[in-house]
Design a protein around this ligand. Structure first.
Ligand SMILES: NC(=O)c1ccc[n+]([C@@H]2O[C@H](COP(=O)([O-])OP(=O)(O)OC[C@H]3O[C@@H](n4cnc5c(N)ncnc54)[C@H](O)[C@@H]3O)[C@@H](O)[C@H]2O)c1
Length: 380
C-alpha cells in the first residue's frame, strides 16, 4: 500500500492543549485510515528551553520562539492555535493571510469583534478553518446528537448543561492569564463555549439569554511582583437561561469555584417522548429514558456508547474497553484530516463566532441584569 501524502502541522503553544493536539495528530492515522499523514513539523513557544522539551516529548521536528515565524514558514500546511484566547484572533488572521489552514482552540476569541475579524480573514483567504470543540467527538455525545436528530426523544423541549470545576476554588492560586479578561476571556466562554457548542449542535440556534455572574475571589497574588495582588477581571461562576430560536428552552451553569469538583459536566435533553443525559464522569455511557417503554420498565436505561454501530466506536477498542478524553482529540483530527484538502471542516470559525456571540450576550445579560438578544451582539 502506498504511503499517503504528508500534511505538515505547526502548533502554536506547547501547554496542555499543545500536548493534547499533538497526541491527536499522532494517533489519528493509527486509528483511522486517512488520505494524508500528519507530520509534526514545528511547534512554537515563548521560552526556548521549555518549547524544546515539549517538542521532544510530543514528537516535533523543530521549535521556534516566534509564532509569526511559524505562520510564515513555507513548509507548514496547517497552523493549529493552542495559546490563550486573547491571542487566537491575531494568530488566526495572520495564518490565514499566509494561506494556511487554521485550527483554533476554544474559546474562539475574547470578543465578538475580534472573532469576526478572524472569520473575515479566513473567508478572504479561502482557507479551511476549524474550532476545537472536541467534546462533540466523544462517541456518547455524538450518539446523543444522532438520537435527537433521529427523533428518539420526539420534539426537543428542554436542553441543559452544567459544568463545575475547582480550578479557581483555592484563593491562593496565583494570578495567570485565565484570570485576566483580555487574555483569558470569561468562565462563560471557557467552559460555556463547549456547552453552547453542544447546545446549538443539538437544539439549534439561540435567540436570547439571561444570566448572572459572580467573582468570589476578587484579587490574586501577582507572581511577577511578589507581595502584591492583581484584580481578577473574570467571573468565577455564571448561570443563565436560554431561549432557542426553534422554541425550546435551556439552562446553563458554569463554575470554576466548586470545591472537589474536577471537570464535571452533564448535559441533558428532554423531548416530548423521552430524555437523553450524558455525564462526563461516565463518558462511555448515555442515559436514555424512552417514553414509549412499557410502564413496568419505567426509568432511564444505560446505553454503552461503544457498540460498532455507534459514532466513532468502530475505530476504537472492542465493546467494554471504552475511550477517554484523549480520544476526543484523535477523533477530531481524524475527522478534519479525512477531509483534507477540500473540506468542509466542521465546526468552523462561523460556528466559533456564533458561540462567542452567545457567550458575550450572557456576559452582557449578567452585567446589565436583563435578557439580551443574540442579534444585539452579533450585529454590533
Ligand atoms: N478543548 C479543551 O478540552 C481545552 C482544555 C484546556 C484548554 N483549552 C483551551 O486551549 C487554549 C490553551 O490552553 P492551555 O490549557 O493549553 O494553556 P497553557 O497555559 O497550558 O498553555 C498556553 C500556551 O500558550 C503560550 N502562551 C501563553 N501566553 C501567551 C501569549 N501571551 N502569547 C503567546 N503564547 C502564549 C504558553 O507559553 C503555552 O505554550 C485556551 O484557549 C484554552 O481555553 C481547551
Amino acid at each position: 500500500m502506498s504511503t499517503p501524502p504528508e500534511v505538515r502541522i505547526g502548533i502554536v503553544g506547547y501547554g496542555m492543549m499543545g500536548k493534547a493536539h499533538s497526541y491527536g495528530y499522532r494517533e489519528a492515522p493509527r486509528l483511522r485510515h486517512l488520505p494524508v499523514q500528519p507530520r509534526l513539523r514545528l511547534i512554537s513557544g515563548r521560552r526556548r528551553d521549555l518549547v524544546k522539551k515539549a517538542a521532544a516529548a510530543y514528537g516535533f521536528e523543530e521549535v521556534t520562539t516566534d509564532w509569526r515565524h511559524l505562520v510564515e514558514r513555507k513548509d507548514i500546511d496547517i497552523v493549529d492555535i493552542c495559546t490563550p484566547p486573547g491571542t487566537h484572533a491575531e494568530i488566526a488572521a495572520a495564518a490565514a493571510a499566509a494561506g494556511k489552514a487554521v485550527i483554533c482552540e476554544k474559546p474562539f476569541a475574547t470578543s465578538y469583534t475580534e472573532g469576526a475579524q478572524a472569520l473575515d480573514a479566513v473567508r478572504r483567504a479561502g482557507v479551511l478553518n476549524a474550532v476545537g470543540f472536541n467534546y462533540r467527538r466523544l462517541p456518547a455525545v455524538s450518539l446523543m446528537k444522532r438520537m435527537i436528530d433521529e427523533g428518539a426523544i420526539g420534539q426537543l423541549q428542554l436542553w441543559r448543561g452544567c459544568w463545575l470545576s475547582d480550578e479557581f476554588a483555592d484563593p491562593q492560586t496565583p494570578f495567570d492569564w485565565r484570570f485576566d479578561r483580555p487574555m483569558g476571556g470569561t468562565t462563560i466562554a471557557d467552559l460555556g463555549s463547549h456547552l453552547i457548542d453542544m447546545a446549538t449542535w443539538m437544539a439549534g440556534g439561540i435567540a436570547e439569554v439571561s444570566a448572572q455572574s459572580e467573582t468570589f475571589v476578587k484579587e490574586r497574588a501577582d507572581p511577577d511582583k511578589p507581595g502584591t495582588t492583581r484584580p481578577v477581571t473574570i467571573d468565577d461562576a455564571s448561570s443563565g437561561l436560554i431561549r432557542f430560536i426553534g422554541g425550546s428552552r435551556g439552562v446553563l451553569e458554569v463554575a470554576r469555584s466548586c470545591v472537589r469538583r474536577a471537570c464535571d459536566f452533564t448535559i441533558e435533553a428532554n423531548g416530548s417522548k423521552g430524555t437523553l443525559r450524558f455525564d462526563y464522569a461516565r463518558l462511555n455511557e448515555l442515559q436514555f429514558g424512552d417514553g414509549t417503554d412499557p410502564a413496568h420498565l419505567y426509568g432511564m436505561r444505560t446505553i454503552r456508547a461503544e457498540h460498532p454501530s455507534h459514532p466513532y466506536a468502530a475505530s476504537w477498542w472492542p465493546i467494554g474497553q471504552g475511550v477517554g478524553y484523549g480520544s476526543s482529540f484523535v477523533n477530531q483530527f481524524a475527522d478534519l484530516l479525512e477531509r483534507w484538502p477540500a473540506g468542509p471542516w466542521d465546526p468552523d470559525f462561523r460556528q466559533g463566532l456564533a458561540v462567542q456571540a452567545v457567550c458575550e450576550a450572557m456576559d452582557r445579560a449578567a452585567a446589565e441584569r436583563r435578557w439580551v438578544r443574540i442579534e444585539e451582539v452579533a450585529t454590533s
